[in-house]
Design a protein around this ligand. Structure first.
Ligand SMILES: Cc1cc2nc3c(=O)[nH]c(=O)nc-3n(C[C@H](O)[C@H](O)[C@H](O)COP(=O)(O)OP(=O)(O)OC[C@H]3O[C@@H](n4cnc5c(N)ncnc54)[C@H](O)[C@@H]3O)c2cc1C
Length: 516
């Protein structure tokens, strides 16, 4: 058994950035279930938001974030985000992230629902790749130990306090325990729960499942946004076509070539992303097609190739010149807004357990995330985690969110399910019943089926079987939260409750009755 000050699970921006700070405070081990660079971070395109522009201010960024969050942001967390963001950007620059510049200044672009240009980017639309490659190189040069292809399978506890991680080396099949003072969960999101997703294969909700099983609190699982436009080409996994493409004049057309968005919203293509995603879904149903088209053929080819070089190249590699032809697109699952509940220091409800990045829920995003606020959230709160671990008094003081509703996973009737349990069926179930447009009945059916599948799970033995178990548990938390929230708000839309309700301006928190 090995001992470290910090065991960090995951090697996306949250894991790598935390490790680079924590190495100055003690010994650090990163466990990651794939290669070091397999993660969602490297797929991030648009950029990272920070109020550093001439006409910008933390107050403006605060207001934009609160507005997007549809009444559920934690104002204290948002205040911290916008005030500390500029310093964290400086840190990334010092680590060597090559943000794009214009006339010697960091170049800023504007994205939907930001009132001014405030998005830093690198390599045009390859921001995540530059961040991931830069930080992973830094980590490799540092004393931080990295174990690749090591899957965390359990959070080890003693009297409710975290003492380490059990992990499976998926190359040897051997299990090992790593003891430590602090665990930082940085396991990313859960997009793989859905049939269509922009997420990397590693996004299977592991951190949520591990934390829940260990006894930590999970919150806001019903909020999962679906960006309107991911490439829909046979045999190609849904590749995100940035929403900024619509901002540059992209027009959405149905399979008959008709520009349909003005029929659904005054702002047409520039309507909020959830409105556009639902409109696309309705239009696909109306025309009996599994896609619509994004048209940028009227935009100057030079503008497209300089503003979106990564998207242009990716499509070209798949036989599609987007300056000349229409881009087939459809919505896809993208980002986990909920997660392991943390306070503004990244502390979970369990002493010794911290969570950072997409697997954590800091309360910054509320019910809907402002574009490009995710990467910045990661760096701001990861830094605070490492600061907190260096303080002498780390008593977990994570008070409940105002007016939170606490739940455990309800016992559901053991249902005779006709659908066989496997990954494609799980992903179809979530896509159909816990996806962009939900209903109470569909959510309850999904929750019943998932409970039945969970009961039938065999003992996990390898990475796929552990991941499947984690996905079923995360999916249950999502479906149950969706059943409970009888309203529509932000990224959660129900046909039987299409409006927001004041009584629901509160969070749903789940915790296990009998933690492992
Ligand atoms: C296509 C796309 C575009 C995006 N664009 C933007 C953008 O422009 N701006 C923005 O702010 N955000 C964007 N996002 C969101 C943002 O990229 C992510 O939220 C962020 O990168 C998450 O970082 P992370 O470190 O938390 O997770 P990840 O980068 O996903 O890393 C998770 C890590 O955990 C590891 N892991 C998971 N489970 C285990 C386990 N059980 N054991 C060991 N290791 C494990 C994984 O292997 C991986 O290394 C985008 C996301 C996608 C998918």
């Amino acid at each position: 058994m090995s001992y470290y000050d910090y065991v960090i699970v995951g090697s996306g921006i949250a894991g790598l950035y935390s490790a680079l700070l924590a190495k100055n405070a003690g010994s650090v081990l990163i466990l990651t279930k794939g290669s070091i660079e397999e993660c969602n971070t490297r797929h991030a395109q648009g950029g990272i938001a920070a109020p550093i522009g001439k006409n910008d201010s933390p107050e403006l960024h605060f207001q934009d974030t609160i507005t997007a969050g549809a009444g559920l942001c934690d104002p204290e967390a948002v205040r911290i985000l916008v005030e500390e963001a500029p310093d964290r950007i400086d840190d990334l620059i010092k680590f060597g992230v090559p943000f794009d510049t214009l006339d010697g200044e960091v170049a800023l672009t504007r994205e939907a629902a930001h009132s001014v240009p405030r998005i830093l980017h690198a390599g045009g639309d390859a921001t995540g790749e530059h961040i991931e490659v830069t930080l992973s190189r830094r980590v490799r040069e540092s004393p931080v130990e990295v174990l690749e292809y090591c899957l965390a399978t359990q959070i080890l506890t003693d009297d409710g306090k975290v003492r380490g991680i059990r992990a499976l080396d998926s190359r040897t099949g051997l299990t090992e325990e790593y003891e430590c003072r602090f665990v930082i969960l940085s396991t990313g999101g859960a997009g793989r729960l859905f049939k269509y997703t922009t997420n990397s294969e590693v996004a299977t909700g592991d951190g949520i499942a591990l934390a829940f099983q260990a006894g930590a609190e999970i919150t806001d699982m019903e909020f999962f946004p679906f960006p309107p436009s991911a490439l829909r080409l046979p045999g190609v996994s849904p590749f995100l076509i940035s929403e900024a493409v619509r901002g540059e004049g992209g027009i959405l057309r149905n399979v008959e070539g008709y520009q349909f968005m003005p029929d659904y919203a005054l702002q047409a293509e520039l309507a909020p992303r959830d409105v556009v995603a639902r409109s696309i879904l309705y239009e696909m149903r109306k025309t009996g097609s599994d896609r619509v088209f994004l048209d940028v053929t009227h935009v100057s080819p030079r503008r497209i190739t300089t503003r979106f070089p990564h998207i242009y190249r990716f499509c070209l590699d798949h036989g599609l010149d987007i300056t000349k032809g229409l881009i087939p697109v459809a919505p896809a699952a993208h980002y986990l807004m909920g997660g392991v509940r943390v306070n503004t220091w990244g502390q979970t409800s369990m002493p010794g357990l911290f969570a950072a990045g997409e697997t954590a829920c800091t309360g910054v995003h509320g019910a809907n995330r402002l574009a490009s606020n995710s990467l910045v959230e990661v760096v701001v709160f990861s830094k605070r985690i490492v600061e907190r671990t260096q303080e002498t008094d780390q008593a977990a003081s994570i008070s409940g969110p105002t007016g939170a509703d606490y739940h455990s996973l309800s016992q559901r009737e053991a249902l005779e399910t006709t659908s066989r349990f496997n990954l494609p069926n799980l992903q179809s179930l979530l896509w159909d019943k816990v996806g962009i447009v939900r209903s109470g009945q569909g959510l309850a059916e999904a929750a019943d089926t998932l409970a039945a599948w969970q009961n039938s799970l065999p003992q996990p033995t390898d990475r796929p079987s552990y991941e499947l178990g984690n996905m079923v548990l995360s999916a249950r938390l999502m479906a149950e939260a969706g059943v409970l929230r009888e309203e529509s708000r932000g990224a959660h839309f129900r046909t039987d409750f299409p409006e927001s309700s004041e009584g629901w301006q509160k969070h749903l928190v789940f915790r296990a009755i009998n933690p492992v």
